[in-house]
Design a protein around this ligand. Structure first.
Ligand code: SF4
Length: 445
């Protein structure tokens, strides 16, 4: 029996798919890249932009003839397209889909596949039983011993409700995972060869806020730091309002927590930020970046930007342009505003910036960012950095610096999972090339 998983969207979805694969392998299924060969097909979907949702519908319609030819095939639609509020409408619209699963929940699929056996067990219990034997996460076999960097969700959902965002409606209210489950999972990943862990949450720095007396993110980082075999720890995505001094101190003190912070600003103008309901001002963000750079020298900072939010004037856009020019951040993930059904912005604001204008603003930021990051990365040229190597891509080993810069190295050695010093020989805005530093030779006396 074979399964095929198609994943769209963020790292949370990638982590969720890993868990579905793990659950299916527990039941004896093996993975296949070919949907035609599969007995179970999982589509793990994203709706954060219209294009992602269109892609999922496209993929679904391509599966329909397959289901007609092979009626025993089980199609599972999962993720943000299904959401947490029931799938009645989708069920009517997509009668050839057998199972609908909310984000991060393999339960409905596992229940469906084991109906006779465990009918009485609740979905969540079933998921837990198949997925987390003694808090262990067994990676899908294709990744076991090969995966160097794994994502571990620590807080599901989001209760912030920024006006442009669909995520709280699809992933539900914020829920932190129990600390024991997380640490147990990290331990089991380390045993399977994983060297780097990225803790995930829509607002990861709110980890623990919903658990009275539970640990916060800083405390969780300290616990994970003790897990043997894990060389690097990262976390994303942070919200500026919750990035506490205690968290900064934990990053500063713990050598295996990497100096890289994902901190979306979304817009530079205070009125736009208010309309987005982000809860901070441009100055608050600037102050936080200054503080992070003071306490964590050499730290890289990535941000997210939305251009063309309803009502954004040219002057307001230029605030974003100037704040990025001043702060010189290492990465800016840029997006053009798009209407998402059900969000506050869609209900109450007019999408009044033309797509051409959104594209113009996007391009302006893109060009500026390319130049800024080119200059930032050029400072690495000739220097030595430590790289954790993940895999060989088109003949070159790919890895990352502590600051999350992508580095390529040519080597015939097997570098997978190795943490090695390299000398940077070329830099560009999106990646660098380097060569391995000569290892000190052993002296025989
Ligand atoms: S913080 Fe805002 S943008 Fe991020 S997931 Fe929550 S609602 Fe969406």
């Amino acid at each position: 029996m074979k399964y095929h998983i198609w994943t769209e969207g963020c790292q949370m979805n990638v982590a969720d798919s890993q868990r579905v694969g793990s659950s299916l392998e527990h039941l004896g299924y093996t993975s296949t890249d070919q949907p035609e060969e599969a007995d179970v097909i999982v589509l793990n979907t994203c709706v954060v932009r219209q294009s992602a949702e269109d892609k999922a519908y496209g993929r679904l319609s391509s599966l329909r003839p397959l289901k007609e030819k092979k009626p025993d095939l089980i199609i599972n639609l999962m993720g943000c397209m299904v959401g947490v509020r029931g799938a009645e409408k989708l069920r009517a619209r997509l009668p050839f889909v057998d199972v609908f699963s909310p984000p991060s929940d393999p339960g409905p699929l596992i229940s469906h596949l084991t109906q006779g056996e465990v009918r009485s067990i609740e979905d969540a219990e079933t998921a837990r039983r198949f997925l987390m034997m003694d808090e262990e996460l067994v990676l899908p076999s294709a990744e076991r011993g090969r995966l160097v960097s794994a994502h571990v969700p620590v807080v599901y959902g989001c209760s912030h409700a920024c006006t442009f965002c669909i995520i709280p409606y699809r992933r539900g209210a914020e829920r932190s995972r129990p600390v024991g489950d997380i640490v147990g999972e990290v331990r089991s990943l380390a045993k399977q060869g994983v060297r780097e862990i990225t803790l995930l949450g829509q607002i990861v720095d709110r980890y623990g806020v919903d658990v009275p007396d539970g640990p916060n993110l800083a405390a969780l980082l300290r616990l994970i730091h003790e897990v043997g075999g894990i060389e690097r720890i990262r976390f994303l995505t942070s919200h500026p309002n919750y990035f506490s001094d205690e968290l900064i101190q934990a990053v500063a003190e713990l050598p295996r927590v990497m100096p890289h912070i994902e901190l979306p600003i979304q817009a530079g103008d205070d009125e736009v930020l208010r309309n987005m309901r982000r809860g901070y001002t441009q100055q608050d963000y600037r102050d936080l970046v200054t503080k992070i750079r003071r306490e964590l020298p050499g730290c890289s900072i990535a941000t997210d930007i939305i251009v063309g939010f309803p009502g954004e004037t040219e002057e307001q856009f230029m605030e974003t342009y100037h704040v990025l020019a001043d702060l010189k951040l290492d990465v800016a993930h840029l997006a053009r505003y798009s209407v998402r059904e059900g969000t506050v912005a869609t209900r109450r604001m007019e999408d009044n910036i033309s797509s051409e204008e959104k594209m113009r603003r996007f391009r302006l930021l893109e060009e500026q960012q390319e130049q800024l990051v080119g200059e930032i990365n050029a400072k690495y040229l000739g220097g030595t950095v430590e790289v954790l190597f993940e895999e060989k891509v088109k003949g070159r080993w790919r890895g990352r610096t502590p600051t999350n810069k992508l580095v390529f190295v040519e080597s015939e050695e097997d570098l997978r999972g190795r943490l090695l010093p390299v000398t940077v020989t070329w830099t560009g805005p999106w990646s660098m090339q380097a060569m391995l530093n000569k290892q000190p030779e052993l002296i025989t006396l």
